[in-house]
Design a protein around this ligand. Structure first.
Ligand SMILES: [Zn+2]
Length: 441
């Protein structure tokens, strides 16, 4: 099986492999992944006597970490480089449960978002970037390590998972702490409430940034912590690292949502506005609608518990307990469909005569900003809106070319081979653009 389009593709992949070898060679788990990637890409070196290029391979080590992410779209089915096309990973097989290299911070004893693995004596602290299931998967009240995370995520793991408060170090964003001699700074990742990037400054002054899940923004280019000195290595959220993923900024999408709502309200003032949401995530959509249109918000009791922890003043100001007093209802994303909403409208007993529902999503299912059209049945209008909490392709490119890291470790990959090759190609091309510049200057 050869997934390469051309010799050029192979070169791009080799750049990634060489970086991988240089950066993660001290990690005991790294070599297996390295070999798997080389096998998958049919890249053979003269010193590769320890494995056969033609060998067929099953699931990569740690394949349990490669199951589809609850949060992400259909193209993203795993975290970390995975050499195999869409083999649904085997919950039935017995995978090695060693923490993979892309979840360990090089030359430290820290792991990030790594709870679904065997306890490792070499790990002293477990960092959690945010409270999405695919990042805390494996975490239960039986966990006996120490978690370092943001204030909001810390409260959520205590409240919703039952972790003892004594096991959680909650850190205020932008307040440096020192852990095992390493300085750690938490910076807002612009993903969901409580999501952070971790900036690690090692004793030899190397600077390593783990983005968690993030939406890159131009403001990050003026962040004093990020620009103080060059960043050596970035563990990068590459969820949408493909040129197909270009979608509007969050602010543009929110403006579109407000404009659509005003248009529908002028046709029918007895309009119920429904926003789909995750357990945590996409809050900015209903927050901006409630704030921009001065409307009350109602959420169910599960979401209310989470919102109490998030404690956002603007959301709090608009929240009401009585659903009849609110023109915006926040429902689970799974309820945003015609069958459910038709019944929901009936249950409102003539207080409302139509429903305008928004289903925020982050990938191409939503189309572009220009092509947003509703799906309509009876008096229910459902709009998919391209509201992403991950970076678009162009935002990733701008971020990487601005910070110019010497090493990029992808933390997400695609099972689709074309998409996967395209991702490594983009990373290698971006790197070569600034490496050539710095070499010539
Ligand atoms: Zn996430």
């Amino acid at each position: 099986m050869d997934l390469m389009d051309s010799a050029d593709d192979r070169d791009y992949l080799r750049v990634y492999l060489d970086d991988l070898k240089r950066t993660h060679a001290n990690d005991s788990g790294y070599l297996e992944y390295y070999k798997d990637l080389k096998r998958a890409w049919n890249i053979i070196d003269s010193d590769d006597s320890d494995f056969e290029a033609t060998q067929s391979f099953g699931d990569a080590p740690n394949s349990q970490a490669l199951n589809s992410s609850k949060e992400n779209g259909s193209h993203v089915t795993g975290r970390g480089p995975h050499p195999i096309s869409s083999s649904s990973s085997s919950s039935s097989s017995q995978p090695t449960k060693q923490i993979p290299y892309w979840k360990k911070i090089a030359d430290t004893s820290f792991a990030v978002d790594a709870f679904n693995f065997d306890p490792s004596p070499e790990i002293t602290y477990y960092f959690l970037s945010h409270f999405h299931y695919d990042h805390y998967i494996g975490l239960s009240s039986k966990f006996n390590g120490t978690i370092i995370t943001s204030m909001i995520t810390g409260k959520l793991v205590i409240d919703q998972i039952g972790i003892k408060p004594s096991q959680v170090i909650m850190v205020t964003n932008r307040s440096p702490i020192v852990v095992d001699g390493i300085q750690v700074i938490l910076i807002d990742a612009q993903h969901c409430p409580g999501s952070v990037m971790f900036l690690f400054i090692l004793p030899d002054e190397r600077r390593i940034l783990h983005t968690g899940d993030f939406r890159a923004s131009p403001e990050m280019e003026t962040d004093p912590f990020l620009i103080e000195r060059p960043i050596d290595q970035i563990y990068l959220d590459t969820t949408y690292c493909h040129p197909a993923y270009n979608f509007p900024s969050q602010m543009d999408t929110i403006q579109i949502t407000i404009d659509l709502t005003l248009k529908h309200l002028s046709d029918d003032p007895k309009l119920l506005i429904v926003c789909g949401t995750y357990n945590i995530g996409k809050e900015k959509v209903f927050k901006s609608l409630a704030n921009g249109l001065s409307m009350n918000l109602w959420v169910n009791s599960t979401k209310l518990k989470v919102l109490k922890i998030i404690n956002d003043p603007i959301i709090n100001e608009n929240l009401v307990d009585d659903k009849d007093q609110a023109q915006i209802h926040v429902l689970p994303l799974s309820d945003i469909n015609h069958q459910f909403l038709k019944g929901y409208l009936k249950g409102c007993c003539n207080r409302f005569s139509s429903i305008l529902a928004f289903k925020p999503c982050g990938w191409e299912d939503c189309g572009t900003a220009e092509s947003i059209v509703p799906s309509v049945e009876n008096n229910v209008y459902i709009y998919g809106i391209p509201y992403s909490e991950h970076s678009s392709y162009s935002e990733l490119e701008r971020f990487i070319k601005f910070f110019k890291p010497r090493m990029i470790t992808s933390t997400v990959t695609h099972t689709n081979p074309d998409r996967r090759v395209s991702m490594f190609k983009s990373l290698a091309q971006w790197k070569s653009s600034y490496q050539n510049t710095s070499n010539s200057s």
